[in-house]
Design a protein around this ligand. Structure first.
Ligand code: NAD
Ligand code: ZN
Length: 328
């Protein structure tokens, strides 16, 4: 899977893939918000393309929406040589990736991620999913896109909260693997919502994700390092409806505190992270994770949890601990 860094690449990608037909899937909101990009994509192959609209945001990741999307695929007469384009945030790429993985046992798809989170995280790595019976990402598959096309022009219209969502993953990538990410944030005086997002931060974060995916595509061992901060984050999101980015930042701090208690890491790392947050201009709500919600995490098997631990900045490992010993 190749990652491209400008929407201009669409022409070359389509030339490579030579699809029989194309379904471009997005929400009405994004289609009007990113009209310039939609026109560019349609212009690349006007005779083969069909625009399919899905609900906006997380509501797209529903069984009924999946069903309607598959019906649209049939209506558009997509076949095994066709291509689906997911245009949007992680909700769109998750749903479209999953639909593409099951339609006729797999049709090719490409991701054009429009949020920072989707660019550095959800569009890369082949995890696709919908929510089911109130369980998040309960039904899904591993199915890689044929290509990912990123473009920084999409990021200009993001709300501050959405930028924080992406930055939480960028800072995480720095802590688990690439200290240079954190140096760039420190030295360039980035302020969330005020400064443009440096392309190098996006590129480096994608590289970190690719490093782990390549070694553990099915998330069985070291890819779980990318879950750093997320066990507690998911519990905070469930209990308080907190945004993903804020929850991940608090989750990383709280998981570091647990690792400190277990003598697996030193307080300096947490203090460093708190400084980075301060540099970025992020203030977090004072919330405590709730063990009831932590234990609902699907990554807890039996009473054991794989906890990512930062040994030093840029170096992480997984330790297995009994869930009960980590309760706050
Ligand atoms: N597959 C994975 O590996 C993976 C990893 C992380 C997260 N996810 C999933 O990603 C989803 C979250 O993705 P998300 O944060 O990208 O949000 P999203 O796709 O739900 O979009 C959030 C909102 O942002 C809007 N939006 C998108 N692009 C925009 C732009 N350029 N300007 C203005 N508004 C824009 C959308 O229309 C929507 O209203 C979750 O469902 C999560 O489970 C998947
Ligand atoms: Zn995340």
């Amino acid at each position: 899977m190749k990652v491209y860094y400008s929407l201009k690449a669409i022409k070359a990608v389509l030339r490579d893939i030579k699809p029989s037909k194309i379904a471009l899937v997005s929400s009405s909101y994004l289609i009007s918000n990113c009209q310039w990009a939609i026109s560019k994509i349609i212009k690349a192959t006007p005779d083969k393309i069909e625009l399919i609209r899905i609900p906006n945001g997380e509501t797209a990741k529903e069984w009924e929406v999946l069903e309607k999307l598959l019906i649209e695929f049939i209506r558009a007469r997509l076949d095994r040589e066709s291509l689906v384009i997911a245009f949007g945030g992680g909700s769109v790429t998750d749903l479209v990736g999953f639909a593409s993985s099951i339609y006729q046992r797999g049709v090719r798809y490409i991701n054009i991620p429009t949020t920072l989170l989707a660019q550095v995280d959800s569009s890369i790595g082949g995890k696709t999913a919908i929510n089911f019976l109130n369980y998040k990402n309960q039904i899904g598959s591993f199915y890689n896109p044929a290509a990912v096309i990123i473009d920084s022009r999409f990021l200009k219209t993001l709300k501050k909260e959405q930028t924080i969502d992406g930055f939480a993953e960028i800072v995480k990538a720095g802590l688990v693997k690439d200290p240079r990410i954190l140096e760039i944030i420190k030295s360039s005086n980035v302020k969330i919502g005020k400064s443009p997002i440096k392309k190098e931060l996006i590129l480096r974060s994608i590289k970190v994700k690719q490093y782990f995916i390549k070694r553990d595509p099915k998330d069985k061992n070291i890819r779980q390092i990318l879950n750093f901060g997320h066990t507690i984050a998911h519990a905070l999101e469930l209990k308080y409806g907190l945004s993903h980015g804020e929850a991940v930042f608090i989750g990383m701090i709280e998981e570091l505190k647990i690792a400190e208690k277990l003598k697996e890491t030193k307080p300096e790392i947490r203090i460093f992270l708190e400084k980075i947050l301060n540099d970025l201009g992020i203030t977090l709500p004072q919330l405590r994770p709730d063990w009831k919600y932590i234990l609902r995490d699907k990554k807890i098997v039996g009473d054991k949890i794989n906890l990512p631990v930062i040994k030093k900045i840029g170096k992480a490992k997984i330790i297995k601990v009994r869930a009960l010993t980590i309760l706050p």
